[in-house]
Ligand binder design. Structure first.
Ligand code: HEM
Length: 854
């Protein structure tokens, strides 16, 4: 069997999980299995290891001394390449809850492999003891984890803090995503089951590598009369809060007749040293530093007792297993650990207090004879944690899963027809790029789901509103946007359009107040002023491209409403100068396959430099807004001032920059394109133009456009609705996060799902005579015939466009301002074509001359 082990802790670093994973690996190899370990980098240089694959870490981010890895596309590719190069993998075994393990889980899904997950540690207690802000840390960890692994499902309420609950959510989600779960002890199994795990779970103890143990046990003293002198106490663990080192030192201080050797390292080093100095203990308490497992075992042979005072944290405690194997009695505080220390092989203190620890130590120091029977009992259990006794049980789980997996391996999506016209290697990419609108429309009659190929990669196009809603409302399963994130991350790092699951839900709640009706009324005043000024600035009888004008006006309108305070002026200028180029790049990057994208070295460098400058400029404005602590009646004020009533969350500066940039990225091109199409349709339909003129004469006359006109031009509203139907977004893509089920068809993890509002809007089944531009179909009396589910210009469900009313407001005011003053006459020799480079098709050009009306 070939096992891929995924752990976030490099084997060369010290810790219980590392030791356990190492023992498992060696145990499996001794049974003739092959093991490839995927892990995070370590700053130390390490022995070469042909079966170790080191993934890339997030530059400079170190958490608790460990490099942080994310399941980025680059890491996914590295794993896929290692799988391909090393021959078939049979099973994936994840051993942590962080990025490397998540990447392992996802790789297993991509490759249709079964997953075993071992839950080693109590992250809830770890965070409570080591983080200065436990709630925030647990929430962040959960949010980050939830981006990649589903956190759905009910978790029963236990009596615990909100931080602990978030940490458990993450632990349970990771385990729930596996096919089988292993935990080292019964009490931990009960705990995780009480938190809602429903996956099959087995208790298999951690183990100690046989070779190491054989070598160490030769030095275990024969049981005989106890040595005289002070009690020799040993510490073998991380020097951190959850292990309670400072409490241990304090207890030792209270007991005179003892010595204390502390092996290990960690963030409490300095405080431990200070406690030793302050207590005048340097003669009998020694900080020995980090040691290997072999040295730790050797130290156990020369001490009288292991002190292990952690309480409520350890699920088993590697040092406890080692002490038992080395016949070293243990003083411990957590009654749950009695499962690991054989009865009579140690002392459980009457409670976790320093006084109780001191009492237990004092009793042993005063009467060391008590240690003799303890040693005898432990000697009977010396081999219980030998890895060779445990590996069979792990291998049996693998065999069971691999045998089972072969029978239940998902079939490659049966009964999904493939669109005609697929080319070797290129698939349908050429035709989709050449005439995307025609191509998607042609798919509707093939079936409810149609397979197309973008290059060699299959994608599944949904052709009915019901299936699209099943994606939008999460009924089909989970989806994510990793490829989009990868393409735009330098400029927009983690905004709502690339978040998924709970973090996405929370972010949408956080930005909603910025686009609420009350705010929109305020923005409409600004938008109306800009539209009037723009219309007045146009000149008659000169050639003009209305597509450029639409872009200019929409960019001005959106950027003007983002931040209005005087000190935002520089940033606004920066936005207006750079956004058009940057957005063009974002669109191109999102469309290009990653290898091609990476080849554009000069463009990439420029992209990164401009993005940085723009982010910095906007960041400075955010700082000013925080300082001013006032409502400037703009988007930025709303984002800075809002706190989520449910969680108390506030957006960070980076998140605010992301959301402002996303509003520009999602709002400018789409709104400008629809605006261009509205003008185009009015110009090419004289009846519509005449009707609109009558309405503008009645409601606007010669006066300027005001914000009230947004709600006062009913015919223009019908024209805009019909434009949104006729020229609605033509493509939206989502990547399945785990298998998804759509109308009885299950698509595999990683499947790309595509839908097109344009296609639905042009299907005669939902809209009679779909190729006729007919605003009257939205007229009361007729509009009732339209199936509401088939109205999709702003998407549906959790990703429904939050800027829809903003867009309608901008388009209404701009159109009214143009047609109230001018009659644009289109160049008769020019045919407008849709360009499908953005998710809303853009009119190529609209060459006109303007004639004065009055
Ligand atoms: C006529 C113009 C617009 C159209 C047709 C449009 C359409 C859409 C559609 C279809 C989506 C969902 C895409 C998907 O399935 O992933 C979307 C998302 C989004 N739109 Fe709009 N939009 C327009 C204008 C705007 C404006 C003006 C803003 C901001 C002020 C905006 C902000 C957003 C944001 C932030 C998202 C991402 C939502 C999420 O993923 O949760 N849009 N838009």
């Amino acid at each position: 069997m070939h096992v891929a082990l995924f752990t976030d802790f490099h084997p060369a670093t010290l810790g219980g999980i590392q030791t356990s994973v190492h023992a498992q690996r060696r145990g499996l190899e001794r049974l003739g299995h092959r093991v490839t370990v995927f892990t995070a980098p370590t700053p130390e240089s390490t022995e070469p290891d042909a079966d170790l694959v080191v993934l890339s870490a997030l530059g400079g981010v170190v958490v608790n001394g460990f490099a942080m890895v994310l399941p980025t596309p680059a890491n996914n590719r590295a794993i896929d390449a290692a799988f391909a190069e090393r021959g078939p993998i049979d099973v994936v075994h994840t051993q942590t809850t962080y990025g490397v393990a998540i990447a392992g889980l996802r790789a297993a899904r991509r490759h249709g492999l079964p997953v075993v997950h071992t839950v080693h540690s109590r992250d809830d207690v770890f965070i409570a003891n080591t983080s200065p802000v436990p709630y925030l840390s647990a929430l962040t960890m959960r949010a980050l984890h939830g981006r990649f692994v589903s956190h759905r499902g009910h978790m029963p309420r236990n009596d615990e803090s909100r931080a602990a609950r978030h940490a458990w959510r993450t632990m349970v989600a990771q385990a729930q995503a596996a096919d089988r779960v292993i935990v080292p002890t019964e009490h931990f199994a009960q705990r995780i089951l009480a938190h809602g795990l429903t996956r099959p779970i087995r208790v298999i103890s951690n183990g100690i590598d046989d070779e190491l143990l054989d070598a160490a046990q030769t030095s275990v003293p024969e049981s005989g009369p106890v040595r005289t002198g002070p009690l020799r106490i040993l510490w073998c663990a991380r020097l951190s809060g959850e292990k309670r080192l400072l409490e241990a030192i304090e207890a030792v201080r209270l007991v005179e007749n003892c010595e204390f050797d502390i092996y290990g390292t960690g963030e409490l080093w300095e405080r431990a040293r200070a406690a030793i100095d302050a207590g005048g203990l340097s003669g009998r308490v020694r900080l020995r530093g980090a040691v290997s497992q072999a040295e730790c075992l050797a130290a156990m042979a020369t001490h009288d007792v292991l002190l292990f005072p952690s309480s409520g944290f350890d699920t088993q405690g590697m040092a406890l297993l080692e002490a038992v194997a080395m016949g070293l009695p243990v003083v411990y505080c957590d009654p749950d650990l009695a499962e690991t220390v054989p009865e009579g092989g140690g002392v459980c203190t009457r409670n976790p207090s320093v006084a109780a620890i001191a009492d237990a130590l004092r009793e042993l120091a005063d009467d060391p004879e008590q240690l003799v029977p303890m040693r005898k009992i432990l000697a009977d259990h010396a081999d219980s944690a030998r890895q060779s006794r445990l590996t069979e049980a792990i291998a049996a789980i693998y065999t069971d899963l691999v045998g089972g997996a072969k029978q239940t391996m998902p079939q490659p999506v049966p009964n999904v027809p493939t669109a005609p016209g697929r080319l070797p290697l290129l698939g349908h990419s050429v035709v989709a790029l050449r005439d995307g609108l025609k191509f998607v429309t042609s798919l509707a009659e093939i079936g409810p789901i149609v397979r197309i190929y973008l290059g060699p990669r299959p994608a599944y196009v949904l052709t009915t509103p019901d299936l699209i809603r099943a994606v939008g409302f999460g009924e089909a399963g989970d989806f994510h946007r990793e490829e989009l994130r990868d393409a735009i991350q330098e400029v927009i790092r983690g905004a709502s359009n690339v978040l998924s699951g709970k973090p996405h839900e929370l972010r949408r709640r956080m930005i909603a107040p910025a686009l609420r009706q009350r705010r929109l009324t305020e923005y409409a005043v600004v938008a109306a002023d800009l539209a009037n000024a723009w219309s007045a600035s146009l000149a008659p009888d000169r050639p003009l491209n209305l597509v450029d004008e639409a872009h200019r006006l929409v960019l001005d309108t959106i950027s003007a409403t983002l931040f209005t305070a005087e000190f935002g002026a520089d940033a606004k200028r920066e936005v207006q100068q750079n956004i058009p180029w940057l957005l063009g790049q974002v669109i191109q990057r999102a469309a290009l396959p990653p290898p091609v994208r990476r080849l554009r070295v000069v463009a990439n460098r420029r992209f990164t430099a401009k993005s940085r400058r723009l982010r910095a400029e906007i960041g400075a404005v955010v700082t000013e807004y925080r300082r001013a602590d006032r409502d400037f009646h703009d988007v930025l004020s709303a984002l800075v001032r809002h706190s989520d009533p449910e969680t108390g969350t506030r957006l960070s500066d980076e998140e605010i920059i992301d959301e402002l940039l996303l509003m520009l990225a999602a709002g400018v091109g789409s709104t400008a394109s629809i605006l261009g199409w509205v003008w185009h349709e009015i110009m090419r339909n004289p009846d519509i133009a005449a009707e609109l003129r009558r309405e503008l004469d009645d409601f606007v006359g010669e006066g300027p456009i005001t914000h009230d006109h947004v709600a006062e031009l009913p015919y223009l509203r019908l024209v805009i609705l019909e434009t949104l139907r006729f020229w609605g977004p033509w493509v939206s893509t989502h990547t399945a996060d785990g298998p998804v089920t759509l109308g009885g068809t299950t698509l595999p993890d990683g499947a790309m799902v595509v839908f097109s509002p344009y296609m639905i809007h042009h299907n005669p089944h939902y809209y009679p005579s779909p190729e006729t531009f007919d605003p009257d179909r939205w007229f009361p009396g007729r509009v009732e015939e339209i199936d509401k589910k088939a109205i999709l210009p702003f998407g549906v469900g959790s990703r429904h466009c939050p800027g829809n009313n903003f867009a309608l407001m901008t388009i209404t005011l701009a159109t009214a301002a143009l047609f109230a003053r001018w009659q644009p006459v289109a160049d008769p020799g020019y045919q407008v074509k849709p360009s499908n480079r953005d998710f809303v098709a853009a009119p190529s050009r609209l060459p006109v001359v303007l004639q004065t009306l009055r």
